[in-house]
Ligand binder design. Structure first.
Ligand code: FE2
Length: 289
């Protein structure tokens, strides 16, 4: 197979807890894990072996009980019970009977704070963390390269923009909508947030764009203009900021801080390859003062 090289990033993708087991961490190790997440934006723990409920338990111990309410579902008989737990989603094509891929909307660039517009009491700057645990990994994506998830450092992106453009963006805010909302209406919740955002823990400034359904304040009456503005801004970011690609291995837990990175999944052929990844989201309660 053709060899591909992926560039290291000075922050994103830092490996932590080498040789450690996420089911057996001390409180001090949990604190260091989180500190490393705030410092690096994306961290990776390799060689883990967890069920869905163990992943949920690790999340609750580390970030506090999630405020997101999931209705208890009955078990899906087509999916192994170890992969199922309330609060844990399964991405990929986990059913033997079907190649249908769950989570294709994640193949475009976005931040993940998807529940926040619908969640009272949490602003868009909340410390929203997502963890993805890779159990089965496709051999390659549609691009023929090893299966990856891509990330952009939005602190670096802000620093790389020209000072004049940065000043312009500092005067602007966007409305953020629940995911996959394409039609505005009085029943669609929106939350306003500055484009240049200050991180709650590190104090670093970065860009917060949500997804391409975000609407710059002042463009509410012209949604095509709002989309064009978003796409041009994101294109400028791509032109001056490198993309970091995490190359998946089975057993990887990849954790990212949505206040400082954007991400995109990479398409693969679900009829040829299987992917099973468990996803948990949390807002860190322990840092909020
Ligand atoms: Fe996502």
């Amino acid at each position: 197979m053709q060899q591909h090289t992926f560039k290291q990033h000075p922050r994103l993708g830092t490996e932590v807890l080498q040789g450690g087991n996420l089911r057996e961490l001390t409180n001090q190790q949990r604190q260091e894990f989180k500190q490393s997440l705030w410092e690096n934006g994306v961290i990776v723990v390799r060689n883990q072996n967890m069920t869905a409920s163990q992943l949920q338990e690790f999340t609750n111990h580390t970030f506090g009980e999630s405020g997101f309410k999931y209705l208890p579902k009955s078990l899906d008989p087509d999916i192994h019970p170890d992969l199922q737990s309330p609060g844990v989603s399964i991405l990929g094509n986990p059913k033997e009977s079907s190649p249908e891929i769950i989570g294709q909307f994640a193949w475009q660039w976005h931040h993940d704070k998807d529940h926040l517009p619908r969640t009272d009491g949490l602003d868009m700057n909340s410390l929203y963390v997502v963890m993805l645990y890779g159990m089965e990994i496709p051999v390659q994506g549609l691009d023929g390269k090893p299966h990856t998830t891509e990330f952009i450092d939005m602190v670096e992106a802000y620093q790389n923009l020209e000072p004049g453009y940065r000043r312009q963006l500092e005067q602007m805010s966007m409305y953020h909508l629940p995911p996959r909302t394409y039609k505005l209406g009085s029943d669609v919740p929106m939350k306003k947030h500055p484009i240049v955002s200050t991180h709650k823990v590190t104090g670093h400034k970065g860009l917060y764009l949500g997804s391409d359904t975000s609407i710059a304040v002042g463009m509410e009456d012209d949604l095509s203009l709002a989309k064009q503005f978003w796409q041009e801004l994101f294109q400028r970011i791509l032109e001056c900021t490198p993309v970091y690609a995490h190359v998946w291995q089975p057993g990887d837990l990849v954790v990212w801080d949505n206040s400082q990175v954007m991400h995109a999944g990479i398409p693969y052929d679900g009829s040829k390859y299987k992917r099973v990844a468990l996803r948990v989201a949390a807002v860190d309660k322990t840092q909020i003062v």
